[in-house]
Design a protein. Structure first.
Length: 237
């Protein structure tokens, strides 16, 4: 289950994709807020990738809702084996993924409250789960490494107009890899500073909290480290 988000009307950011008409028809037929609502749902989680204790990329994993998954499978699984291989994966990338670059692939990364847009991705892979839900795995590449110890870094995932309702999963929404000398965790909250959709919605925000790791073997720091040495042990019968 995703973190809870509000559902309000939105535009079709897949408008450059021909097959999106199948799921967007009712949305395009009305412009009133009361009758429109999201037509695509995504559960998302992120892996923060560190190199030399600087954040350099974010690996995203998306799982689409049943209905939109069925549309993608019908459009791109040409050999009906419920997998996307070779040209099928390429076609999904070119026709149902690249267009999301216009909205930074629904990822909103901020450094000290300044939005850092993503301009490129790598390692895209579409797949289909056993229960026939389409997944996307891809890596968002940062133009410049970020230091989450020095700066305040946060990540939100949303479509600002809510044609797509994308939300963090509740179990392990954020994980960390490569932070060898830095200890990191995240804190979830509603982002009141960056409200969206005519200021009606506060999206969910994950703030990264990182600090240098403490030395684990205090006895190696010398006699003033207040640790136990072998000579400090006594035998008790």
């Amino acid at each position: 289950m995703p973190w809870p988000t509000a559902s309000v009307p939105a535009r079709n950011i897949f408008q450059t994709i021909v097959f999106a008409v199948l799921v967007a028809g009712s949305l395009l037929a009305t412009s009133t807020r009361a009758s429109a609502h999201p037509h695509i749902w995504i559960d998302a989680n992120a892996e923060m990738v560190f190199e030399k204790d600087k954040l350099t990329a974010i690996k995203m994993h998306w799982i689409f809702d049943d209905l939109f998954s069925m549309t993608l499978i019908d459009q791109f699984d040409k050999n009906y084996d419920t997998r996307f291989f070779g040209d099928e994966n390429t076609n999904v990338h070119d026709n149902a993924f690249v267009a999301l670059g216009d909205v930074s692939w629904l990822a909103h990364l901020r450094k000290n409250e300044v939005l850092i847009p993503f301009t490129k991705t790598r390692d895209f892979k579409a797949d289909i789960t056993d229960d026939r839900r389409v997944t996307y795995d891809f890596t968002l590449v940062l133009d410049e490494p970020l230091d989450p110890v020095k700066d305040n870094i946060s990540l939100s995932v949303y479509d600002a107009e809510y044609y797509i309702d994308v939300a963090f999963v509740q179990v392990d929404p954020i994980v960390f890899r490569g932070n060898k000398t830095t200890s990191c965790h995240f804190e979830m909250s509603e982002d009141e500073k960056n409200r969206i959709y005519f200021d009606l919605v506060a999206p969910i925000r994950a703030d990264l909290v990182c600090a240098a790791k403490q030395a684990q073997n205090q006895s190696s720091l010398g006699p003033d480290a207040h640790g136990l040495n072998p000579d400090d042990m006594v035998r008790v019968d």
